[in-house]
Design a protein around this ligand. Structure first.
Ligand SMILES: [Zn+2]
Length: 426
């Protein structure tokens, strides 16, 4: 309808123009270089109009002829790109479903078609990961570190590769770079902390811990133990360097950071004792025993009364045990001391309580010792030893929260998996 109206209007205008021109006849003469052309104005205008139409048609023709290769190339490029992205998407799906061969094939195809490593990096990396080719994977991760958007994944990947190949120094370096980019990544923060602690890089460890806490990568509940662990590491380092005073400061800081962290308490108590502050050490140990009755505290307590008689030892241990009367650790320590002092009745009383609470092999061993020492009753002693084989519960030990490894001695890092600060007394 609109087209028709335009047509009617244009035709009307053309007719009006023709009539107007016909009403005003005129002649035109053109002279040029010995040429002479006589014509009327309407004819000249008609010729000019035809010329314009001809020129515009020519221009279209020229554009069509010369523009064709460009358009052809562009459509070809778009086609390649489409195929490339399809290969990329299919490849990611293959990688997600664990089809290594197909993922590798599609990754090569996408790489070839798209010619943009930045776009195909994720797929080629996943394909290399599935293929298990460490060298290729390392190259991929390295390429990823070059771009801001993929640098984190690149450094994290390099750290994991280094960990697998046992190269802890490189792992620590790469993990630190990744952590700088994303301090909110919890797994990474913990991994980096472990590596710093293992390497004894206390300042770095503390910095990472505080940053990780600020970004929520380490919870408020986990912070005190991890912090205490780092401070204990500093104390041990100072001790190795022969600076007992500094070591004591760090150990006390560790204990303040986590009042239930026995290894820091025993070290602080030990250093206090060595500096002639036995009473301070005793009150520290008693307070700790009240909160968490750990055998290490008893071992440290015994050192305070070095050289005392067996009877004095019983009295001294009674003082410690009173801080936490129900603790089986206290009963065991008292039973042993009573046996040494030949206080058989007292030994039996404490052993009965210990057996009731926590019948470990050590309890049965002491029960056998009472029979042997007091009554020379070898048969009764053997009966306890036999009973230990069937009725005893496992001894407490330091157990790794990460891998479940058990060890009788405390260590900053788990001897089995390297996780720092995961050893709990259970
Ligand atoms: Zn472990």
């Amino acid at each position: 309808m609109r087209r028709f109206l335009v047509f009617v209007v244009l035709t009307g205008l053309a007719v009006a123009g023709a009539v107007w021109l016909a009403d005003r006849p005129g002649e035109v003469t053109i002279r040029w270089q010995g040429w002479r052309l006589d014509t009327t104005v309407p004819v000249l205008l008609a010729v000019l109009a035809l010329l314009l139409v001809g020129l515009s048609l020519l221009a279209r023709l020229v554009r069509a002829v010369f523009g064709a290769p460009g358009r052809w190339l562009q459509s070809r490029r778009l086609g390649r790109q489409r195929k490339g992205y399809m290969a990329l998407s299919d490849g990611l799906a293959a990688a997600a479903s664990g089809d290594a061969a197909r993922a590798a094939k599609l990754s090569r195809k996408a790489d070839k078609l798209l010619k943009d490593p930045a776009v195909t990096a994720l797929l080629t990396t996943q394909a290399a990961q599935l293929g298990g080719d460490a060298d290729q994977l390392r190259d991929r991760f390295r390429a990823m570190t070059g771009r801001k958007e993929t640098a984190f994944l690149g450094h994290k990947g390099l750290a994991e590769l280094a960990l697998k190949s046992g190269d802890r120094a490189i792992a620590r370096d790469e993990a630190a770079r990744a952590f700088e980019l994303q301090p909110m990544a919890a797994d990474l923060a913990v991994q980096l902390l472990d590596l710093h602690v293992e390497a004894g890089a206390w300042a770095e460890a503390e910095q990472v811990l505080r940053l990780a806490r600020r970004h929520g990568a380490v919870s408020e509940a986990d912070f005190p133990r991890r912090h205490a662990l780092i401070l204990l590491g500093r104390a041990e380092e100072a001790l190795r360097a022969g600076d007992e005073s500094l070591a004591l400061d760090w150990a006390q800081d560790a204990r303040d950071a986590d009042p239930l962290f026995t290894p820091a308490i025993t070290l602080a108590a030990d250093l206090l004792r060595r500096r002639g502050k036995g009473r301070k050490a005793a009150s520290l140990l008693k307070a700790a025993f009240k909160a968490h009755p750990h055998p290490l505290l008893i071992t440290e307590w015994r050192k305070l009364g070095d050289g005392e008689s067996a009877l004095d030892r019983v009295k001294s241990l009674q003082e410690l045990a009173q801080a936490n009367p129900g603790a089986p650790e206290g009963h065991m320590a008292l039973a042993e001391a009573a046996l040494d002092a030949q206080l058989w009745g007292l030994a039996r009383t404490h052993l009965a309580k210990a057996q009731e609470q926590r019948p470990t092999r050590a309890v049965f061993a002491l029960l056998a010792r009472v029979e042997r020492d007091e009554r020379k009753d070898e048969a009764a002693a053997n009966a306890w030893t036999l009973k230990a084989a069937t009725d005893s519960v496992p001894e407490s030990s330091w157990t790794c929260g990460g891998c479940g490894h058990q060890t009788p001695d405390f260590a900053l890092s788990c001897p089995a998996c390297g996780a720092a600060g995961r050893l709990e007394w259970t």
